[in-house]
Design a protein around this ligand. Structure first.
Ligand code: F6R
Length: 365
């Protein structure tokens, strides 16, 4: 049950320090500075031969896959394409035998994802799955895979599954990277960063009271923009999806620099923008994107590194998160966005655990 929590969604948001620890438990080994998985079922030769990964998924799992693209590129130097399962299943993209197809799915029962996986198998590809539901159709049919061990996710809006999917993708990128170019020192650093992650998420959850106040200021909005770059571009998409699905407020995510190519026309004093702007390699770039919005009269809510005065001087509201390495920022920045969607939905009187028109597992095409 949901215990003392008023909704499953809130319980699942608060479970994330533990679910992340569960995703990592027993999988990170100091002796060889890498990750290990019991069920990948890849021979050493197959592993070396992988030269491309096609990730496929729907909805929130698709956003996790998009983070995976950045992770695999940076940590494993592997080319990745991310495809909506509903599109991939009816396409016939040229892929060679060394392309692995990786399906991401919380439920393991999503009809389009299952069909894309079957089609990939039929074409002779090795298929892997990152699943939460043990023994689900996709978990059974993939050649190999990794479980999230996040426990049942009951809230229709996916929260803890998203962060665990990204954590598993990080560990997979570490594993693949270590069979290629990552040194043991680099591998060990990633392991140390991952070990510190549950505590960083625990700290990020402390923004909740502040998020509640921010939600009250903006719950009347009809449109909300979510903006981020690089690792945080997929998180902007995910933040927008969370708000849309449980509060029914229209929201869009964009790579922050795309605004000037059209969407900035939407900006006015009633259209808030949520900026993902923690310190990192693109900080200055995102800051200038944020100034462009302010200059056009758009209210700005910034998710930023604790104590960042430069951000505070521009944004109307700043929600602080702890500093983590850039490749782990998707997990930490997702927390305030989940809480923001939850609080806005409550203020709008919506049923957060059972949003209209949605089902937890989409088993029809
Ligand atoms: C959004 C959400 C959906 C699912 C999507 C895929 O919060 O939950 O977008 O992510 O239906 O579901 P799975 O991961 O079960 O394949």
């Amino acid at each position: 049950g949901r215990g003392a929590y008023p909704h499953y969604m809130l319980k699942e948001i608060y479970e994330q320090p533990e679910t992340l620890a569960n995703a990592m438990r027993g999988r990170l080994t100091e002796a060889d500075s890498t990750a290990h998985f019991g069920g990948l079922n890849l021979s050493a030769q197959q592993l070396r031969q992988i030269d491309r990964v096609v990730m496929t998924a729907c909805g929130t799992s698709y956003h996790a896959a998009m983070v995976g693209e950045y992770l695999f590129e940076e940590l494993a130097r592997l080319p990745v394409e991310v495809e909506y399962a509903s599109e991939l299943r009816y396409r016939n993209p040229p892929m060679d035998r060394n392309t692995v197809v990786l399906a991401l799915t919380q439920s393991g029962e999503t009809a389009d994802t299952l069909a894309a996986l079957r089609e990939s198998k039929r074409m002779g590809h090795t298929t892997l799955a990152i699943c939460n539901a043990v023994g689900s159709s996709i978990a059974r049919e993939a050649d190999g895979g990794v479980y999230l061990h996040a426990g049942a996710e009951i809230g229709v809006a996916s929260t803890k599954a998203f962060t665990s999917q990204v954590a598993v993708l990080t560990m997979l990128a570490l594993y693949l990277g270590r069979t290629r170019h990552l040194s043991s020192t680099q591998g060990q650093r990633i392991i140390d960063d991952l070990h510190a992650l549950p505590e960083a998420v625990r700290q990020a959850l402390r923004c909740h009271d502040h998020v509640k106040r921010v939600a009250a200021k903006y719950a009347h909005a009809k449109n909300v923009l979510y903006l981020g770059r690089q690792y945080l571009y997929p998180v902007a998409l995910e933040g927008a999806l969370k708000l849309k699905e449980i509060s029914y407020i229209h929201a869009e995510g964009y790579p922050a620099a795309e605004m000037k190519h059209g969407p900035i026309a939407l900006v006015d004093p009633n259209t808030p923008s949520v900026f993902l702007v923690p310190r990192g390699s693109v900080f200055d770039k995102v800051m200038s994107n944020m100034q462009e919005i302010k200059a056009r009269g758009g209210p700005v809510i910034a998710i930023a590194s604790a104590g960042d005065r430069e951000v505070a001087a521009v944004a109307d509201d700043v929600i602080a998160i702890p500093d983590v390495p850039e490749y782990l920022q998707p997990i930490v920045t997702a927390i305030p966005l989940q809480l923001l969607a939850y609080e806005v939905a409550l203020l709008c009187g919506c049923d957060v655990d059972k949003p209209r028109n949605l089902a937890k597992s989409v088993t029809v095409e």
